[in-house]
Design a binder for this molecule. Structure first.
Ligand SMILES: Cc1cc2nc3c(=O)[nH]c(=O)nc-3n(C[C@H](O)[C@H](O)[C@H](O)COP(=O)(O)OP(=O)(O)OC[C@H]3O[C@@H](n4cnc5c(N)ncnc54)[C@H](O)[C@@H]3O)c2cc1C
Length: 374
C-alpha cells in the first residue's frame, strides 16, 4: 500500500491549488481524481479582483493567469444605457481552462493518481482510501475536495444542512455579436423586478464571447423553455432595451442551465478528514463567491494548518475544527451566504426596503459613472 502524509481527493480548483501549494512546500501528498483533465463543465467563468489577489497569494497565479483572457473595461448597464464604466483587472475563461492550467503548471504528475475514491476508513492515526480499481492509499490526513459529489461525506456519516434548496438558476451560453461589442465585459441589470432575473453578464474568453444569466426561475418555468427555443427573443423580452447597447447577437452552441442548492456540511464529526470548497459548502453563482471560498480554503489549509498539524498533530476532529473556525474562513464563508440572500432579496423582494436598495444601487453607480466621465 502506498503511504503519504496528505491525500487530496478531487482535482478541481480547491484540490489542485492545495496540491500545488503543498508541492512547493515539499509536503508529501497525492492528488486523486477520476479524470486526467478537468472536463468542459459549466462552473465559475470569471475571476474578479478579489479572486485574482487570492490566486496571487497562493504563489501559483502567474502561469495560470497567462492561460486566461484578461479584461480591463467593466461596463454596467440598464435600460439600454451605460450606467458606469470601471477599469479593473478581471479574467474570463471556461472553468476547465483555469483548473487545467493549475494542474498543468503546478501539479507534479508523479503525485497525481487517476481514480475515483469509493471509501475512506480510519485505522488508528492512518486513513485508508480505496479507489474504484481496488488501489489503497494510506494517509495521515484526507482532504476532501470533491465538489458537489456528496458520496464520501455520506459514507463517512457526515450530515448536510440544506440552507436553500433550488436557490437559483445559473445559465451559460456562447454568443456571437453581429458587430463586435465595444466592451470587454458588461453586467446588465434587469429593467424591472418582475422578470425574476438578477443580472446578465457578457465577457470575452480565449474562445470567444460568453454570457452568464442568473435568476430565480424553476426549471419548469416557461421562460426556460423560451430561452432554449429562441434565446435572443427571450432575452429581449426580459430586457426590452438590451439590444440598444449590444446590437443583435446570436446564441451559439448549447445553453447550459444549472439549478443551485445552498448547503453546508457539519464539521464536528470525523477524525483525519477535512472538507474544502464545494465539498464543504456551496455558493450562489450570481454572488460570485464560490471560487473565493475554494481559494481561501486551499490557502488556509495548505499554508497554515497542514504544516501546523503535521508538526504538532494529532489530526482528530477537535484539532481540525481549528480550520473551520479560523476567523478568515468564517468571514469569507459568512459573506458568501450573506451575498447569496442579498442578491435574492434585491432581485425578488417587493418590500419597500429592497426596492429602495435596487434603486440605490442603480443611482450610486450612475452617480459614480457621471462623476468619472466629468
Ligand atoms: C453553474 C455555476 C456557475 C458558477 N459561477 C461562479 C462564478 O461566477 N463565480 C464564482 O466565484 N463561483 C462560481 N461558481 C462556484 C464555483 O465554480 C465553485 O465554488 C468552485 O468551482 C468549487 O471548486 P471545488 O474545487 O470545490 O469543486 P470542483 O471544481 O467541482 O472539483 C471537484 C473535483 O472532485 C472530483 N471528485 C468528485 N468525486 C470524487 C471522488 N469520489 N474521487 C475522486 N475525485 C472526485 C471531481 O472529478 C472534480 O475534479 C459557479 C458554480 C456553478 C455550478
Amino acid at each position: 500500500m502506498e503511504h503519504t502524509d496528505i491525500a487530496i481527493v478531487g482535482a478541481g480548483l480547491a484540490g489542485s491549488l492545495c496540491a500545488g501549494m503543498l508541492g512547493k512546500k515539499g509536503v508529501s501528498h497525492v492528488l486523486i481524481d477520476p479524470r486526467e483533465a478537468y472536463p468542459d463543465e459549466f462552473r465559475c467563468e470569471k475571476f474578479n479582483h478579489q479572486q485574482i489577489e487570492l490566486l496571487e497569494e497562493t504563489g501559483l497565479a502567474k502561469n495560470v493567469l497567462s492561460d486566461l483572457m484578461p479584461v480591463k473595461d467593466v461596463w454596467m448597464a440598464r435600460f439600454g444605457r451605460l450606467v458606469r464604466k470601471q477599469h479593473y483587472p478581471h479574467y474570463g475563461f471556461s472553468y476547465h481552462q483555469a483548473v487545467n492550467a493549475v494542474r498543468r503548471h503546478h501539479v507534479n504528475q508523479d503525485n497525481f493518481k487517476l481514480g475515483s475514491v469509493q471509501s475512506i476508513t480510519c485505522s488508528g492515526q492512518e486513513h485508508i482510501i480505496e479507489t474504484s480499481d481496488g488501489t489503497e492509499i494510506s494517509a495521515k490526513l484526507v482532504v476532501l475536495a470533491t465538489g458537489a459529489n456528496a458520496a464520501l461525506q455520506k459514507q463517512l456519516g457526515m450530515s448536510q444542512e440544506m440552507l436553500s434548496e433550488r436557490h437559483c438558476l445559473a445559465i451559460g451560453f456562447d454568443l456571437e455579436p453581429e458587430t463586435d461589442f465595444e466592451f470587454d465585459t458588461m453586467t446588465y441589470w434587469p429593467e424591472s423586478a418582475s422578470g425574476k432575473m438578477s443580472y446578465l453578464t457578457f465577457f470575452r474568453t480565449n474562445t470567444g464571447w460568453r454570457a452568464n444569466l442568473f435568476g430565480y426561475w424553476n426549471l419548469k418555468d416557461p421562460q426556460i423553455a423560451n430561452l432554449k427555443s429562441d434565446p435572443f427573443r427571450c432575452l429581449v423580452s426580459l430586457m426590452p432595451n438590451l439590444e440598444k447597447i449590444t446590437g443583435r447577437f446570436s446564441v451559439t452552441g448549447k445553453l447550459r442551465v444549472r439549478p443551485i442548492n445552498l448547503y453546508q456540511w457539519n464539521a464536528n464529526q470525523v477524525d483525519g478528514v477535512v472538507a474544502l470548497g464545494d465539498a464543504w459548502s456551496s455558493s450562489c453563482p450570481g454572488a460570485g463567491t464560490g471560487t473565493t471560498k475554494a481559494m481561501n480554503d486551499a490557502l488556509l489549509i495548505s499554508k497554515t494548518f497542514i504544516p501546523r498539524w503535521l508538526e504538532h498533530g494529532p489530526m482528530n476532529a477537535d484539532t481540525l475544527s481549528e480550520f473551520y473556525n479560523a476567523p478568515r474562513k468564517l468571514e469569507i464563508d459568512t459573506e458568501s451566504i450573506d451575498e447569496a440572500y442579498k442578491l435574492r432579496h434585491i432581485t425578488l423582494s417587493k418590500s419597500l426596503y429592497w426596492q429602495a436598495q435596487r434603486w440605490a444601487r442603480f443611482l450610486y453607480h450612475g452617480m459614480r459613472g457621471k462623476l468619472a466621465s466629468g
